[in-house]
Write a new protein. Structure first.
Ligand code: SF4
Length: 353
């Protein structure tokens, strides 16, 4: 950065820009910590447009933290269905119950107490402390990382402790301690809508005379990342048994989809000519069946690529399964009562329930 005065002025420029350019979003019109926390958890790794209907559904169905705490985990997961990263929903529900028990339903105001809540990291704690209580904690999300590293020309990888330290120091230089909530909203919005990853609007940028990355023609190569997460490929074969408008599901007990429901699953790639053997391994006595279709789908998570096949298997008699955690439900209940992964949701859309 070229001049000290310019550095000091960046915060004011951001706030002025924000006042003129901000998007109207419901969680920006409240200082209710419950609603701010809700929005922040929903928006973790989710785009605003995708998160917005979920925020509305949750605030309608659970207007207060007590309502969320009183809900069953199954209802919370059902409402969350489709957003992914289900541990966020499980932690959110756990935390709501904890706040009701420990703090009598009053959201803690102290930054360290907020940070100690399950599912709340540094970024979310700073967001809640500043937006709800106007406390001077700067937020550092992916959008802020990108904007700061470009503006200051920081080329140290942002996923290393030295890179993070340099960005934190630069952020501290421009942070407006008098208007923390406004400053934080402004810098996040600027990164999200103006200094975007692929098409930053440098031509019309209020910082284009100061931006180090633009000056050195390195906008598209900053921020730098050291290592990309290795994506592991896994295979899932699901068996959707159907008999007399009933189907058979189990509850997952571990992993990212813990407490969601699924059709009996084998974590292997089973080809159509091998599925008969597998089906009979699931049933106590062999039954007559017919496979009406196979639905193949690929699902990419942050660290895993799932290659899935769903077999629709029509049985002529009610089955008895060898695994005793598989239970029978009316087929139609699957879309209304049992939360499932997006992978299963896509298959159910094809089944046309
Ligand atoms: S000039 Fe371009 S890269 Fe630099 S802050 Fe503005 S939008 Fe971002």
């Amino acid at each position: 950065m070229r001049f000290f005065e310019e550095v000091l002025d960046i915060g004011n420029k951001l706030i002025n820009w924000y006042r003129e350019n901000k998007r109207e979003l419901p969680w920006r019109n409240t200082t209710d910590p419950y609603k701010i926390w809700l929005s922040e958890i929903i928006l973790q790794q989710t785009r605003v447009q995708q998160g917005l209907p979920y925020y509305e559904k949750f605030t309608n169905q659970f207007p207060t933290i007590n309502d969320l705490a009183d809900a069953s985990e199954q209802d919370v997961l059902l409402l969350w269905q489709g957003l992914g990263y289900y541990s966020r929903a499980r932690n959110m529900h756990y935390t709501a119950k904890m706040i009701v028990d420990k703090y009598n339903g009053n959201f803690p105001e102290n930054h360290n107490e907020i940070l100690a809540l399950k599912g709340v990291g540094e970024y979310t704690a700073a967001a809640i402390a500043s937006f709800a209580f106007d406390k001077a904690y700067p937020v550092l999300d992916g959008n802020v990382f990108r904007f700061i590293s470009r503006l200051f020309g920081i080329e140290k990888p942002i996923d290393t402790s030295t890179g993070k330290k340099e960005i934190t120091n630069a952020l501290d230089l421009i942070f407006n301690t008098q208007k923390p909530a406004l400053f934080n909203q402004a810098i996040m919005e600027f990164g999200a809508t103006h200094c975007t990853p692929k098409k930053p609007k440098c031509d019309t940028c209020i910082f284009n005379m100061q931006c180090e990355a633009l000056g050195s023609k390195k906008v598209m190569s900053i921020p730098v990342k050291k290592g990309k997460t290795k994506i592991l490929q896994v295979n899932h074969t699901y068996m959707c048994f159907i008999h007399d408008n009933k189907t058979y599901i189990e509850k997952r007990t571990a992993g990212i989809w813990k407490n969601l429901y699924q059709f009996p699953l084998i974590e292997e790639d089973i080809k159509p000519d091998g599925i008969t053997k597998i089906i009979n391994r699931y049933l106590k006595t062999p039954l007559k069946f017919e496979i009406s279709e196979v639905f193949d789908s690929t699902h990419i998570l942050s660290h895993r690529k799932i290659q899935a096949s769903f077999y629709t298997i029509h049985l002529d008699t009610s089955p008895i399964f060898l695994k005793n955690n598989i239970f029978e439900i009316p087929l139609a209940d699957l879309t209304t009562r049992y939360p499932v992964s997006i992978l299963t949701q896509n298959y159910l859309k094809r089944l046309n329930l």
